[in-house]
Design a protein around this ligand. Structure first.
Ligand SMILES: Cc1cc2nc3c(=O)[nH]c(=O)nc-3n(C[C@H](O)[C@H](O)[C@H](O)COP(=O)(O)OP(=O)(O)OC[C@H]3O[C@@H](n4cnc5c(N)ncnc54)[C@H](O)[C@@H]3O)c2cc1C
Length: 426
């Protein structure tokens, strides 16, 4: 199949080697591709962006702590090899019968296909909310939120109507998971340090940060210790917590909650759920709760040569489905790469086993929680230092690590956020 010269747009040369197409250069796809470069496969990566997004730090882009380039690593820079090809292309559909994917630059054929398309925000069917809230899944979204926040501050400075000022300065975060609490912590710092220093008519108590969580506690995926500590940190930071409460509706800038209360706010951040980025064309019976069902070898159920890894995949075993986390995506990419190498040697495949090294979340300066395996937990400054070290370690590229580190050091001592400019194309 891959001996044909393919879509002339893509100019991927014909070869005798078997072609693996990887859709998505996120945590899973990047690990897989790195390990397969210079093997006896032709590896083609397709991604709608020409960069890898380091999602765990997107909230810092949205709150002016880091510039967008710090979390966007160009894929061509990270992946170079004789048999490796990158094409910036959005995959529109998989056509398994023809071993082909349909993309916005034309069709591309595969011998093996790996779907590593990650996840997207889940509004649980409420499309209205998707139009009225900000999300934090991509660099563009984080940048858009930053522009919006600083626009609100600029407008609030010159407005005398107290109600409108409140509305401009109220921020509602929907979802008390890691993204929500990280966002709340960073916004609290803006409120405490930046507003009084740089915005002359906004006293910091005017900015109100609300967090709405449907369950009875925050950080529900972590230990009780982490959850309780986080609640205490958020309260200390002055975040108004509404647990056991849902955002039900947003009408003309007024938010209605399931506890009967209402509130006006110009900024609503949706951090309440994600679902797999499933592509059209696969048998729908192999998709469950918006994730693609795979066996222990990450092979999509019912297909011999299609695999799925990372957030989009749901491993069908007694432990699965695994949570949508970067280390799981990376380990799946690494295991699948080893299995592709085994296939070349006609050796049996090895099942994926997740090695849990712990989970962590930060709630702002000097505050974080860490859950390690075997029930070890810690919080506070040491947890925050560990969080910073781990995130720096996994950032792609030395220059990016150096820039982020220097930004953090500068911010820590000066409380000065470096990227507050409102930059729009309009
Ligand atoms: C704000 C935020 C904070 C997070 N914080 C943490 C954290 O602290 N710790 C942690 O472990 N996890 C965290 N996560 C989760 C973690 O980022 C994900 O688990 C991880 O990114 C999953 O990796 P992936 O490779 O499956 O998908 P992704 O990293 O999302 O990559 C998917 C790739 O596929 C591409 N793509 C998608 N659709 C198509 C298409 N149709 N055609 C072509 N390309 C396509 C995308 O452009 C993207 O590059 C966070 C997530 C978010 C959003």
């Amino acid at each position: 199949m891959n001996k044909e010269v393919l879509n002339p747009m893509s100019k991927i040369p014909a070869t005798d080697k078997r072609r693996i197409i990887i859709i998505g250069g996120g945590f899973a796809g990047l690990e897989l591709a790195k390990a397969l470069i210079d093997t006896n496969y032709q590896v083609v990566m397709l991604d709608k962006n020409n960069y890898h997004t380091f999602q765990p730090l997107l909230y810092q882009v949205a709150t002016a702590g880091l510039e967008p380039d710090s979390v966007a690593a160009p894929l061509r820079e990270s992946l170079r090899g004789e048999n490796f090809y990158f094409r910036m292309a959005e995959v529109l559909e998989v056509i398994p019968q023809q071993h082909q994917v349909k993309t916005d630059i034309g069709p591309v054929y595969y011998d093996y296909l790996v779907i590593a398309t990650g996840s997207k925000s889940n509004f649980f069917g409420n499309t209205d909310l998707s139009e009225k809230t900000f999300t934090l899944k991509s660099v563009e979204e984080a940048f858009e939120l930053r522009n919006h926040l600083f626009n609100c501050f600029e407008r609030a400075v010159e407005i005398t109507d107290a109600n409108l000022k409140d509305e401009l300065l109220n921020v509602v975060i929907v979802g008390g998971g890691p993204t929500g609490i990280e966002m709340a912590g960073a916004l609290s710092e803006l409120k405490k340090k930046l507003l009084p220093k740089e915005y002359d008519t906004i006293e910091n108590q005017l900015m109100n940060i609300y967090m709405v969580e449907g369950l009875d506690d925050v950080l529900n995926g972590m230990s009780e210790f982490a959850s309780e500590k986080t609640r205490a940190y958020l309260e200390k930071l002055g975040v108004n917590l509404k647990t056991g409460t849902f955002l039900e509706d947003v009408e003309n800038g007024e938010l209605s909650f399931s506890d009967g209360t209402t509130l006006r706010a110009k900024t609503i951040v949706w951090a309440a759920g994600v679902k797999g980025n499933v592509l059209a064309g696969l048998n729908e019976e192999k998709v469950e709760k918006s994730r693609i069902k795979t066996d222990d070898y990450n092979r999509v159920l019912g297909y011999e040569n299609i695999f799925a890894i990372g957030d989009v995949a749901s491993v069908e075993n007694e432990k699965g489905p695994y949570p949508m986390l970067a280390p799981i995506a990376m380990q799946q990419g690494q295991n699948l790469a080893k299995n592709f190498k085994r296939l070349l040697k006609k050796k049996p495949l090895k099942p994926f086993k997740y090695l849990d090294k712990g989970v962590m979340a930060t709630i702002g300066r000097n505050k974080a929680v860490v859950d390690l395996p075997f029930g070890f937990q810690f919080s506070g400054f040491p947890a925050w230092l560990s969080w910073m070290f781990i995130h720096l370690f996994f950032l792609v590229g030395f220059r990016r690590k150096a820039v982020v580190f220097s930004n953090w050091v500068y911010n820590y001592f000066t409380y000065n956020k470096s990227t507050k400019a409102i930059i729009t194309s309009k």
